[in-house]
Design a protein. Structure first.
Length: 157
């Protein structure tokens, strides 16, 4: 007579999992391990992006502070077209710096969400943010659908 914990399989007989709580615990541990690995990877990606953005912002600040880099070689008036080009370049650098500082804040916020266990969850709908989106923008706070809706609402203003 066969044991009740055995059942036929394609090749022969195999043992059924008779200890469901142990299997559930094992599954939970493996899932927790995967989540920790994902959290470790996400933290590293965020810290790498943070370091990169800080370096770029520092270069822009140094260029702005350096009179040679900022185009202020002398106090003599230059041709209006040259002044316009310099003004445009300075505005572009300041805009870029503002964007970088905003991204640095977003990265800090994402690291905070990671610490609180809410990283990867859309702040608008509460659903998981697609992994591909987090690969592209590790500090994303919204899923693609909600991000598009928010951007569309902002563009209407």
């Amino acid at each position: 007579m066969r044991s009740p914990s055995l059942r036929p399989s394609g090749i022969g007989w195999r043992r059924l999992a008779t200890n469901a709580p142990a299997e559930a615990c094992r599954s939970s541990i493996l899932q927790s391990y995967d989540q920790n690995m994902d959290a470790t990877r996400a933290r590293q990606r965020l810290q790498d992006a943070q370091a990169r953005q800080r370096r770029l912002a520092e270069r822009l600040r140094q260029a702005e502070a350096d009179p040679v880099e900022s185009g202020e070689l002398s106090t003599v008036d230059q041709h209006p077209a040259e002044l316009g080009s310099e003004t445009f370049e300075r505005e572009l650098e300041l805009t870029t710096l503002t964007i970088l500082e905003g991204e640095l804040k977003d990265i800090d916020d994402a690291l905070g969400r990671l610490d609180h266990g809410t990283y990867g969850i859309c702040e608008e709908c509460g659903k998981l943010i697609d992994e591909a989106r987090l690969e592209a923008v590790p500090w994303a706070r919204y899923c693609v659908v909600d991000q598009a809706r928010i951007e569309q609402a902002l563009s209407r203003r």
